[in-house]
Design a binder for this molecule. Structure first.
Ligand code: ATP
Length: 345
């Protein structure tokens, strides 16, 4: 259950260009499930590959279990990595696929059976050991790949979008399985995804990356409720947080906090909204509207409601946001701030 640390970890692929990863300082907690979350190209995979030993850092240090590992090979680092494309050996049975790393590591043969059985029972694939990969579903193959990764009992797991090849339904159940599995083995795990739902659902903590920089590291609740900057504020949450410029500040509020005035008691800010479109999503409604009048006249905002049955396009309604639901960001730095005085509308 080793702790992974990085100090000022940087990767520049081409000299003179912006780094793929820049000055990342990170310390996992023991046994934690840490998620790297960010859009495509934000540096998640590069960061993970440096920790794994598959990519040489341009600068900075990596420690695993307190030991500097920059000079160690992937195998010597005691980590196991599962990639998005977790190729299994098609001609080998599930058993032999899982046993493969043991052979490569020259673990005595008499121990293979016991270890393969342990790993496969943890993942609930004990009955599939004699099958070939082509005789398995996508989810089962996924589990074989995980079993193959854990059979060596690594001290750290690195998972790079391991669920992205699965369809939506299977993804949800595989996610749950991974969470249960993590609880059972308790191995420190770093998980890369660009899917915020996955990150929020699975992560003990989430590290949000943008253009190779760490923007925030916190629990799912911290990054959602108190985003460090406008990037984190809009990257997490769907639809994204509404942001309106107001002098030196940017005012933010989440769609679920923009409520019809009868629901927003003592609103700190009120809007007269002209509804453009309402979208019915089953459990909720999304309402797209334009502010009419006041300081924010003409701005587009989004509201998320349990019911929007009483709102019709082209009609005007009063909405509000409570004080506790407002976020403020500095207009220049776009970082979270708390203004002392703010002149409203
Ligand atoms: P995705 O979600 O699309 O996998 P990511 O967040 O994992 O993206 P990386 O794959 O780490 O992002 O890429 C970060 C940046 O580094 C990108 O701009 C990418 O083009 C660049 N990059 C990655 N690998 C290399 C490489 N081998 N050579 C040059 N540039 C690279």
């Amino acid at each position: 259950m080793a702790v992974v640390e990085t100090r000022k970890l940087t990767k520049v692929f081409k000299e003179g260009e912006l780094g793929a990863v820049n000055d990342v300082n990170l310390e996992t907690r023991e046994g934690e499930f840490l998620v790297f979350l960010g859009p495509s190209g934000s540096g998640k995979t590069t960061l993970l590959r440096m920790i794994a030993g598959l990519e040489i850092p341009t600068a900075g240090e990596i420690r695993i279990g307190g030991q500097v590992v920059n000079h160690l090979t992937p195998r010597e680092r005691g980590i196991a990595m599962v990639f998005q494309s977790y190729a299994l050996y098609p001609h080998l049975s599930v058993y032999n696929n899982i046993a493969f790393p043991l052979k490569a590591q020259k673990v005595p043969k008499q121990l293979h059976k016991q270890k393969v059985e342990w790993a496969s029972s943890l993942l609930g694939i004990g009955a599939l050991l004699q099958r070939k990969p082509r005789e398995l579903s996508g989810g089962e193959r996924q589990r074989v790949a995980l079993a193959r990764a854990i059979v060596r009992e690594p001290s750290v797991f690195l998972l790079d979008e391991p669920l992205s090849n699965l369809d939506a339904k299977l993804r949800a159940s595989a996610r749950e399985e991974l969470e249960l599995f993590h609880k059972r083995v308790g191995t420190t795990t770093i998980y890369v995804t660009h899917d915020q739902i996955e990150a929020m659902a699975m992560g003990d903590r989430v590290m949000v990356l943008h253009k190779g920089y760490m923007r925030q590291l916190g629990t799912p609740r911290q990054v959602y409720d108190t985003p460090a900057d406008t990037f984190v504020a809009t990257f997490l949450g769907s639809p994204p947080m509404n942001l309106l410029e107001n002098g030196d500040f940017i005012v933010g509020f989440r769609p679920e906090h923009l409520l019809p005035s009868e629901l927003a008691s003592n609103p700190a800010i009120t809007f007269r909204l002209k509804v453009k479109v309402t979208e019915y999503l089953g459990a909720e409604w999304i309402l797209y509207a334009t502010v009419t009048g006041g300081k924010f006249d003409g701005k587009e905002v989004i509201s998320r409601l349990a019911s929007a049955a009483s709102f019709a396009p082209d009609q005007v309604y009063d909405f509000g946001v409570r004080d506790a639901d407002l976020h403020f960001f500095d207009r220049n730095s776009e970082k979270r701030t708390q203004p002392k005085v703010l002149a409203w509308q």
